[in-house]
Design a protein around this ligand. Structure first.
Ligand code: ACO
Length: 343
């Protein structure tokens, strides 16, 4: 049991084909490409067409990850998302059914931008316990459905997309092994990142009032993100027996390039080891780390056994980090956005 680990054997992604540039946003909002790019590193983002859901993107990315791993099914499907297809039921069972995995356990996991790392620890623990041999872990979001398009503070930051990985049982020495994970939360600061209406506390926002959109206190979140991600990443690297400066690739939650550079500086990591993918896709919340991993895989710059440090921070507040090695012969698969299912 001690040497048993979850090992990443497949990776897939799905980005909707429609792309919105900073210049396009600047036509309807009091903003500019210069402001958005210099403050965040974001140049453009993908958005779904009306009617295309998180579950649609998750299904496409999940199928791509299964194909990448050379598998037709998995023993468990986990979907990390803050934008499920509906409040009830969970989206994961429908995704599992559409993937041909009907019958296996499937559930949603909600930890906002830390959702993928929360899922990684959950999947790893379930695989290490021997309960499941393989897990399909998907991070998928459609923030375009919850962001206020008239709010320049948030509308410029987010994008839609899905990334997925297949994890299978292996050993700590196998390239692709998830060696250590560490999670945390602080619910006293839940108000910093929230969609206030639509849950049990405020079930029906006033139908004549403004809709309940996603809100974020960006400046407060920025400061906490830098200090918490630095601490969390350092802790997990130490648990793995690594000096942070020896890490080959640093894959942080893709909210803001300035945040990732600040964390890397504090860790003593050279800037060129920081994976920055938000320029093309924006902040895709729970999808951001698997999308960044897929992008890194497609560039072919990492080799089997390289040390990869993941870290995330988001609403809840939640955070988490993982130390893993890069898999051998990982073939990333990119899916096209599927049509919504016929009803
Ligand atoms: N265009 C032009 N000006 C803008 C825009 C915009 N799109 N948005 C805000 N501004 C203005 C503000 O109104 C403010 O003006 P003022 O000084 O006159 O009041 C000014 O720009 C500066 O605003 P700040 O909030 O100080 O800008 P900052 O440099 O902090 O950047 C940002 C804002 C990008 C949101 C940053 O704070 C950030 O990245 N925060 C953290 C995000 C994060 O890590 N999220 C992770 C979790 S997300 C999740 O869990 C779903």
């Amino acid at each position: 049991m001690d040497d048993a680990r979850a090992v990443m054997t497949g990776i897939g992604s799905c980005l909707p084909p429609d792309v919105v540039s900073n210049d396009e946003l600047s036509r309807s909002l009091d903003t500019s490409h210069e402001w958005i790019h210099s403050r965040t590193g974001i140049s453009r983002r993908h958005v779904v067409k009306p009617g295309v859901s998180t579950g649609d993107l998750a299904t496409a990315a999940g199928a791509a990850a299964l194909e990448s791993a050379g598998r037709r099914a998995c023993d468990l499907v986990l979907l990390a998302t803050t934008t499920p297809d509906q409040p009830c039921p969970a989206t994961a069972p429908q995704v599992a059914a559409r993937l041909g995995c009907a019958g296996v356990p499937a559930f949603d996991l909600s930890a906002v931008c830390s959702g993928f790392v929360y899922g990684l620890e959950t999947a790893s623990a379930l695989i290490r316990s021997g309960l499941y041999g393989s897990v399909l872990l998907i991070g998928a979001e459609t923030y375009s459905t919850i962001v206020d398009p008239t709010d320049r503070n948030t509308a410029v930051l987010f994008g839609d997309g899905a990334g997925a990985v297949v994890l299978e049982r292996g050993e700590a020495g196998t390239p692709g092994a998830v060696l250590h994970t560490r999670l945390g939360s602080d619910g006293t600061e839940a108000g910093l990142i929230a969609v206030p209406g639509g849950g049990s506390r405020a079930p029906r926002p006033d139908p004549h009032g403004p809709p309940s959109y996603f809100r974020m206190e960006g400046k407060e979140v920025y400061a906490r993100a830098v200090s918490t991600m630095t601490r969390s990443a350092r802790e997990v690297a130490e648990e793995a027996g690594w000096r942070p400066q020896d890490v080959d690739a640093f894959v942080g939650h893709q909210a803001n390039a300035r945040i990732l550079r600040a964390v890397a500086r504090r860790l003593g990591l050279p800037a060129e080891r920081v994976v920055c993918h938000m320029g093309e896709v924006g902040n895709t919340a729970a999808a951001s780390i698997p999308l960044a991993l897929g992008w890194a895989a497609s560039r072919g710059t990492l080799t089997a056994g390289d040390r990869v440090l993941l870290t995330a921070f988001g609403g809840g507040l939640t955070w988490g980090s993982a130390a893993m090695t890069w898999p051998g012969a990982l073939r990333p698969v990119t899916a096209v956005e599927p049509a919504p299912p016929a009803v």
